[in-house]
Write a protein of this length. Structure first.
Length: 88
């Protein structure tokens, strides 16, 4: 399990933009905070899978990752499960 740092920014009409501060490219939005959290978890999982499928390492979490402009900062957890299988 890896803990990254997420930031949420309230934009217009109650929507939130969300990003993972220490995993470049993981950015999304949701119509409210809970939707943004859900979308960000999905975006993080998909970006991590893409990195691994491409043979790229996952970025290391930065314990100092922060953004003073964010309305909310909180940890976001990534769990990677390795599945073994036999190719035919």
């Amino acid at each position: 399990m890896i803990h990254y740092h997420s930031a949420y920014y309230q934009i217009e009409d109650g929507w939130f933009m969300a990003k993972v501060l220490d995993f470049p490219g993981v950015v999304t939005q949701g119509k409210n905070l809970e939707a943004a959290r859900r979308m960000l978890r999905d975006a993080l999982r998909e970006m991590a899978l893409w990195n691994l499928e491409e043979g790229q390492p996952l970025p290391l979490p930065n314990p100092k990752a922060t953004d003073r402009k964010a309305d909310l900062l909180e940890p976001i957890r990534l769990t990677v499960r390795v599945q073994s299988g036999v190719a035919s």
